[in-house]
Design a protein around this ligand. Sequence first.
Ligand code: PLP
Length: 461
Amino acid sequence: MEVKKIFLPESELPRQWYNILADMPTPMEPPLHPGTGKPVGPEDLAPIFPMNLIEQEVSPQRFIDIPEDILKVYTIWRPTPMYRAYNLEKYLKTPAKIYFKNEGVSPAGSHKPNTAVAQAYFNKVAGTKKITTETGAGQWGSALSMACAFFGLECKVYMVKISFNQKPYRRLMMETWGANCVASPSTETKAGRSILAQNPDSPGSLGIAISEAVEAAVSGENTKYSLGSVLNHVMLHQTVNGLECQKQMAIAGDYPDVIIGCAGGGSNFAGCSFPFARDKINGKDIDIIAVEPASCPTMTRGPFAYDFGDTVQMTPLIPMHTLGHSFVPAPIHAGGLRYHGMAPTVSQLILDGVIRAEAIPQLETFQAGITFARTEGFISAPETNHAVAMVIREAAKAREEGKEKVILLNWSGHGLVDMAAYEAYLRGKLSDHALPEEEISRALNDIANLPKPKQYRAAKI
Ligand SMILES: Cc1ncc(COP(=O)(O)O)c(C=O)c1O
C-alpha cells in the first residue's frame, strides 16, 4: 500500500530553532526610531517586549535552543504529520508529487501556537503578568489565549471588527482559554477612539488592532505586547515546522522543487520555508513561493520601504514590503492575510531572489479549498486556501510541462471555525475585490516622507 502519512516520533522533535539572520545573503536594514530616524536599540523596545525576546530578535546565532518547558507543550501536537496528497494529484492528473504538512492539528487549529507558546514562556520567565495582542481571523488570538493559559498569564485580545462579527466561535475559543477579547477599533484605547471618530463604521484592520494592543501594553502594569507574525523572533519560533519537514521529506526519499505557503505577516510561510531557503542560499534549486490575496497585494504591488507596523504610527519604522500603514484591505474572509506589511526577512529574501510572491483572488482560493476538501478531506482555513490554490496552479504547470516536480504545501490551518466563509462561497455570495491603483497610491502617499531604506524599491502599481 502507498504510504500516505509521514510521522516523526516525539524523539525527533527539533531541539533548536533555525535563525535565518545567520544566512541572509544581504544584511538586513535596521528598524528605525520614528522620532529620531536612528536605528532602534533594545532599550527602545523594552516597554513593549521582554528583554529575552528582544535578544532573540537581534540574535545572529544560527541555531537557538528550545527550552525544555516549551518542548513539553509542543509535544501536545508536535511533530505534526506530513501527508502525500495522492487523491489531489490524481484529480489534477498531474505528474507532480504533492506533499502537505498539517499544522492544523494544534489545539488552536493552526501554526500560530508554535510562537504563542514560546512568547508566553519567555514573558513568564521575564516576570510579565499580562499580554496584549491583536488578531485578524482569530487564529493568533486563540493560540495566544491557550499559551497564556498554560503559563498562567492574563491575555487581552483586540480582534479586527469584521472578523469579530464573521467568526464568533474563535472569540469563544479565546474566552474558553480564559482571555478577554474585544472588537477593534474599540472605545478602550485612544487609538481605537481616534479611528472611530473618523469612521464609526470602520471594519478594522490588523494595523489598527496592533495600535490598540501596543497602547494597552505600554500603559499597563507588568504588561507586554505580543505580535503573532512579522518579527524575526516569530519567524524563528515557526521554523520548528520546516525543520520537521526536512526530516519528513528525507524519510519520503524526496526533496521539494517547489515550496508554497500563504503569507499574511509571513510567519507560517517562513516557518516552513526558511530551513529550505538556507539550502537554496547554499546552492539548491528550489522555487519558494509566498502567496497573498490579490486584494491585499503587499509583496506583489507594494514598495520595499520603511513603514510603521501599525496604523496609528506607534511602532518603529520597519524595512518591508508595504501598502502603507493606513491601507485598509477589503473585508475578505482570509482575515489573517489582511495586513499592510510583510516580515522584513521575507521582504529582504524577495529582493535577494531567494523567494518569490504571487497574488490570488478570493474566488479562486475558495474553489481550491473545495477541491482540496473533496479530494484530501481536510477543510482548509481561508488563509491556507491561498496556498492550496497556488499548488493547484503549479500542479497544472507540471502537467503541461510533463515534469514530475515535488511540491511541498504548508497547510497552515483548518477552516472548521470558518464555515460561514464557505457558506458565503457555496451560496454564490462571495466576490473578488478589484483593488484600484488610486487606493494603493493614496495609502502610499502617507509614507512618502518617511526615510527610505538603501534598497528602496518602488511600488508596482
Ligand atoms: C491559518 C492561517 N494561515 C496563515 C495565516 C497568515 O499569517 P502568517 O503569514 O503570519 O503566517 C494566518 C493568520 O492568521 C492563519 O490563521
